[in-house]
Ligand binder design. Structure first.
Ligand code: CA
Ligand code: CA
Length: 984
């Protein structure tokens, strides 16, 4: 056995060394340039004036408003829009580390200024989050609600609660990591901005002392983070790491003493005193970085042994054990973001190599680092780059919402093709057999993240220093917006005296995604045949089936050629925005007709401009022009048009009075109604008192008066509104909003949800059957139920309910429903009858489904069902062992039967599936007559909620697309029925 092992080891060594010698060189400077750009793509909040990303704009400007703080800025975590500060701070630390120890490559490639811009952007955010010496905000945005919506950051509409740590809810890992980030950044800014550097250092020291004096895992305080970035390794590593960075930033030996004394607390291999060496540095565990830093800073043999054991394990093995390598040469630690671990460890190898105990070891570590980086850049069996917008055949569909530019709230599109190039983003990477698919929905292998690119950037700078390279001269090339607005139309009806159009206005904006104030289209007709028959333009009647629009009667466009039009404007209350299928498009039905008794010869649609290409099928048409905020954005007008000059303008209302912080919408009307150019600009005589937006929205700022003036672009005509701003003190009122995860309800006492400041409100969480109350999150982090809060701000609170899972043994597997997650050590068996879309697991010893091995694998390919079921066998050794199965419960009919059999149902809905968008709720308990029906889609988004009568017809909104939905029926005080509904 031993002989076999050594032969195998020799073969592996030979293979690895061959790969190293064949490693090619890439343009590392271009990759570094693009990696810096990726961090600019991730920016949240107000963008700086030198923003280079043409498809990004300000976003999430209200972050922190729920807690009365300004928590704007920072980076969106990955392909989502949550700001998870724990990995964000780690990313900032690693980026700064590269800028400190591998500065030369940044400098020679001209990227140092972009690195500093990125570090300043994220550290400004950390400063905002550090609201008191022992108070640090550590997350903005709720994981569940953020992930349930797929669209661009600029048009997010969900609430984004803020979460913090403090003395009673500590988070030593988060505070110490943020301290490390700010200390490291203070070194980067020390020379060219000593004031900023000193500010960062002050925060870093306060945060470290907070971390050290109030011990705890942050993910036990910010519980919403536990589902995404749980602190598995605890905080001992961050306490060493933070002290090391404070030592480097200050030169004060007391910090080094502290780091070395806490080093003893770092974890060891099981049943051993040897420091852990088999994992890798990433957002959770920085121990390996501590080994490398202390080895180099002190030269002590203990640290050198620890880092070399770790790097040997990752290269040619330690004590006969070696990390898994893919056939193509990638050191493969974990299925989730495999490239990130390989590159992070490579950064340590390149940093440490000069201090290695032998030259041969140093060379080995360096060659390893170069081979792993080159694998990521394209030297791999697929001969493809794993960095977006770089090299050969790079990923084009990364799991990234804003880059996708989606308007349908669907990661699978439309649009089918991602609209923006996410330059520089390193994707998760291949599986352990080098296989990889560029699939947007696969967030295990194809997501990008701030933490993936951090050590990656530093290592690229090192290779720029060693091998040169040239950044692209014309980078970034501004993208050309395409398909941002469009009109779809069909013939809604026609007759011998009329045409009726169904016109759909579509907002597909993504450069950046945006919401306009005003949407107008024009329908043009040629009335020559009507004039011949004796009619005049005034004989024609324009009408609409919608209350959502205003429209004009016929206006002359080119009266010599008898071309007239109606202008149709959606009411300003109609929001057309790229946030979903229904949200991104709105319909208006418009009819133009002669008197009904007119002779058929007086009406001819064949010569009508806006009837060209329009038939009974809804499709994109080009002769119905669309104007957004008074600018033509889509379609063609009849040419040549006669220019109708503006002759004046009026503003309504002419006077207005509003209180500080309130707004008033002014409207400017340009005369004549058919003026060709109706655009106006707005200005305020006293912007300190009241400002006005480009669309006439007045915002009151201070007591006084201001004259708001509209000026026409054509002719410079002006009209004004006199605004008086008052400062009336009204009693403050705040709202308390509640949400649940899992299944259950929350009641407020006193009820109502709107309260005067200072009111005590008691919240009671009541779980549904099969669930138990877990904890409060949001404005309250607690496990007590009921919980009482003092209302002193708008608060949103989430009651988290968890499924009560019978931890059945393998003789009696527990039935569980999808989606399902299991974490922790132990052996369990579960049975799933639902339709699994994909499964994933990591850090497990065994994961079998119906006897097929899926250990630590992402897969969407399931084995055949056994007795109609999937039998899951789970064996994990660690608290961070993890399995998850995603998908939906079985189809509607089957789910109904099952639920009835389990006695959960006391009713049904009929028919199911439905085709006519209506059904009857049949309840067995005839005493229940009034119910509330809640319909949610499979992402958990509520698509409809309203009151209904039992045993009477219930109509569903026709806008709800076909699919499978979850229907909850509740009486006044409890849930009476829950089932799946299929809408066909
Ligand atoms: Ca840790
Ligand atoms: Ca005509």
């Amino acid at each position: 056995m031993k002989t076999k092992c050594s032969i195998l080891a020799t073969a592996i060594l030979l293979m690895v060394s061959l790969k190293f010698t064949h490693a090619q060189t890439f343009n590392y400077a271009e990759a570094l340039q693009k990696s810096m750009f990726f961090y600019e793509c991730q920016r949240s909040g107000q963008l700086p004036s030198d923003n280079r990303v043409t498809w990004r704009a300000n976003s999430a400007l209200n972050d922190g408003s729920d807690v009365g703080k300004n928590l704007t800025g920072g980076w969106y975590d990955a392909g989502d829009h949550v700001k998870f500060n724990f990995p964000m701070a780690f990313s900032a630390t690693m980026l700064a580390w590269g800028g400190i120890d591998f500065a030369a490559g940044y400098n020679t490639s001209g990227q140092m200024k972009y690195l500093k811009s990125n570090l300043r952007f994220v550290n400004d955010y950390f400063i905002r989050c550090h609201t008191a010496p022992n108070e640090l905000y550590g997350q903005v945005g709720n994981g569940g609600t953020d992930h349930a919506w797929w669209g661009s950051a600029e048009v997010m509409a969900m609430s984004r609660p803020a979460y913090k740590i403090d003395q009673t809810h500590p988070g030593s890992d988060l505070a110490a990591e943020t301290a490390a980030a700010m200390a490291a950044a203070s070194m980067v800014f020390k020379t060219d901005d000593p004031t900023y550097s000193a500010t960062l250092l002050t925060h870093a020291i306060q945060l470290y002392n907070f971390a050290d004096n109030y011990r705890g895992k942050y993910s036990s305080s910010i519980t919403d983070a536990a589902g995404y970035y749980q602190s598995f390794s605890g905080y001992n590593d961050e306490l060493v790491w933070g002290a090391i960075w404070l030592y480097r930033a200050t030169g004060d030996a007391a910090w080094l003493t502290k780091a070395e004394s806490y080093y003893a607390n770092l974890s060891s291999e099981p049943q051993s005193t040897i420091k852990s060496y088999k994992w890798g540095i990433a957002w959770d565990d920085k121990s390996f970085g501590c080994y490398a830093l202390l080895a180099k800073l002190t030269g002590k043999s203990q640290y050198k042994e620890d880092i070399e054991r770790h790097l040997d394990y990752w290269t040619d093995g330690y004590n006969g054990q070696r990390i898994t390598y893919t056939p193509g040469g990638l050191a493969f630690l974990d299925v989730w973001g495999a490239l990130r671990y390989a590159v992070n460890t490579s950064f340590l190898a390149a940093y440490y190599k000069d201090a290695a105990t032998t030259t041969a070891k140093g060379t080995k570590y360096y060659n390893f680092a170069k081979a792993q980086m080159n694998y990521a850049l394209g030297s791999n069996p697929n001969n493809r780059s794993y960095v977006c917008g770089f090299g050969n055949n790079p990923p084009v569909n990364p799991h990234h919402r804003t880059a996708h530019g989606c308007w349908t709230n669907n990661q699978n599109g439309p649009p089918a093709v991602t609209r923006h190039i996410l330059y520089g983003a390193l994707v998760g990477g291949p599986g352990n057999n080098d296989a990889y698919t560029d699939d947007r929905s696969n967030y295990v292998n194809n997501e990008v993240a701030c933490d993936y690119n951090a050590a990656f950037s530093g290592l690229l700078s090192k290779f720029v220093e060693d091998y040169g390279g040239t950044p692209l001269a014309n980078f970034p090339v501004a993208e050309t917006p395409t398909g941002e607005y469009l009109i779809e139309a069909k013939l809604n009806g026609s007759g011998s005296t009329y045409t009726e159009w169904s016109v759909w206005v579509n907002n597909h904006t993504a450069w950046p995604a945006r919401v306009a104030s005003k949407h107008t289209f024009r329908l043009f007709i040629d009335i020559s045949e009507g004039v011949t028959a004796g009619y005049t333009p005034a004989s024609y009647v324009v009408s609409s089936n919608n209350a959502d629009v205003t429209f004009t009667q016929l206006q002359p466009w080119d009266s010599a050629r008898r071309i007239y039009y109606t202008e149709v404007t959606f009411n300003s209350s109609i929001k057309i925005w790229p946030g979903g299928q229904g949200e991104s498009r709105k319909e208006s039905q418009i009819r133009i007709r002669l008197p009904y008794e007119a002779n058929a010869s007086a009406w001819n649609p064949a010569n009508d401009w806006s009837s060209q290409g329009v038939d009974g099928t809804l499709k994109e048409v080009s002769n119905i022009p669309l104007y957004v905020d008074n600018t033509l954005v889509y379609g063609n007008t009849p040419t040549p048009g006669v220019v109708v000059p503006a002759t004046g303008v009026s503003v309504s209302p002419a006077t207005g009075s509003l209180n500080i912080n309130n707004t008033l919408q002014l409207a400017a009307t340009v005369a004549p109604a058919n003026a060709t150019n109706k655009s106006v600009s707005w200005s305020s005589s006293a912007p300190a008192i009241a400002t006005v937006s480009s669309t006439g929205l007045v915002t009151a700022l201070a007591q006084g008066t201001a004259v708001i003036t509209a000026t026409t672009a054509d002719g410079g005509f002006t009209a004004s509104s006199n605004i008086t701003v008052t400062n009336v003190v009204v009693p403050k009122q705040y709202t308390v909003t509640t949400a649940v995860t899992g299944s259950g309800s929350v009641t407020l006492n006193p009820a109502g949800g709107i309260y005067a400041e200072g009111t005590q409100v008691t919240m009671t969480a009541t779980p549904s059957g099969g669930y138990k109350f877990s904890n409060w999150s949001g404005a309250v982090s607690d496990t007590i139920n009921p919980a009482t809060i003092m209302v002193n701000a708008n608060k949103s609170v989430t009651a988290n309910f968890t499924q009560v899972i019978n931890q059945g043994n393998c003789d009696n597997p527990s039935p569980v429903t999808l989606p399902f997650q299991k974490e922790g050590a132990g052996e369990y068996c579960f049975v799933i009858s639902g339709n699994i879309s994909f499964i994933n697991s990591w850090n497990l010893s065994l994961l079998e489904i119906n006897g097929v091995n899926y250990t630590n694998t992402w897969s969407n390919s399931m084995p055949a069902r056994v007795n109609g079921n999937y039998y899951v066998h789970y064996v994990g050794q660690y608290g961070w062992s993890h399995f998850e199965a995603n998908g939906t419960e079985s189809g509607a009919r089957r789910a109904l039967t099952n639920n009835t059999a389990e006695g959960k149902l006391s009713g049904s809905i009929y028919p199911n599936p439905v085709t006519q968008h209506s059904f009857t709720i049949r309840l067995s308990n005839t005493a229940v007559t009034d119910v509330i029906v809640t319909i949610t889609d499979m992402s958990g988004k509520v698509v409809m909620r309203k009151g209904a009568k039992a045993n009477q017809l219930f109509t569903i909104d026709s806008s709800i697309p076909a699919g499978i939905y979850h229907v909850d029926v509740s009486s006044k005080n409890k849930k009476v029925m829950s089932t799946k509904l299929m809408i066909q």
